[in-house]
Design a protein around this ligand. Sequence first.
Ligand code: AMP
Length: 287
Amino acid sequence: MHIFKKASDIKQFIHNLKAAGHSLGFVPTMGALHEGHLQLIRRAMSENDEVIVSIFVNPTQFDEASDFSHYPRSTAADILLLESIRCPILFLPGEEEIYPDEALRRRKFDFGYLEKTMEGAHRPGHFQGVAQVVSRLLDIIPADRLYLGQKDYQQVKIIHRLVHDILNLPLEIVVCPTAREVDGLAISSRNVRLSKEERQAATALYKTLDWARKAGSRMTPEALKNQAVEMLMQVPEIREIAYFEIVNADTLSPVSSWVDSSRIIACLAVRIGEVRLIDNMFLKGIH
Ligand code: AMP
């Protein structure tokens, strides 16, 4: 596997790949790689001549300093995992390569309502940070296809707006389904921070979403939301339900009726112990 740490070196390498007519897939990550990431990378490898995975824990997207300092980092194990699936290229930059000057770290973007709701409302500045790092990474890595996970659904919408409406890049965005543990819990780098009891309690997220999908149109979205919140409140390990929203999957605005949109998704965020977990599920239509 080629490992690049400097933006200038990987830019030169990509220049040569493009000159040779190779298509390029890109999978940005924050490391602590797991099966969810690997599914994105395998898909990218099957659809492109070359694939770059980046690992960079982006400080500007963390709204809580303790979340940033506790974010799991396991670069040596990540490299072994990437080599085991024959990932061709890893970009492993330091902060000075991503934000060589303050202006890049402070760049501001207008996402309108997309960043005012759910994660955006609960994590001030989070999506500005996501956009800062993604815009910089795409500047260094002008890929043909960008691979993102449905697990971070609101992030997908934000990056879509960034790429197609703000930066106007000729880049295809490929959204991959959420990889789950056998009991349904969405795989996340943060899951390793759950105690045994908390890990067990975390299955309530998938159970509640799956119940909501099945119960669906038997009741109004509002009644469904209220019952889902009740179900989550029964779990003592869940310290906080940040939100459970049933929204139009394109605009992210809450729906009041099942005919409001052809694509409706339920999104939730809870805190279990010290760990914040998010998940989502389509209730109507598919991605
Ligand atoms: P992260 O390292 O958490 O920033 O995630 C990097 C990429 O992997 C993002 O596009 C995530 O949405 C995606 N991802 C993380 N967990 C999963 C999962 N369980 N299933 C599918 N994609 C995932």
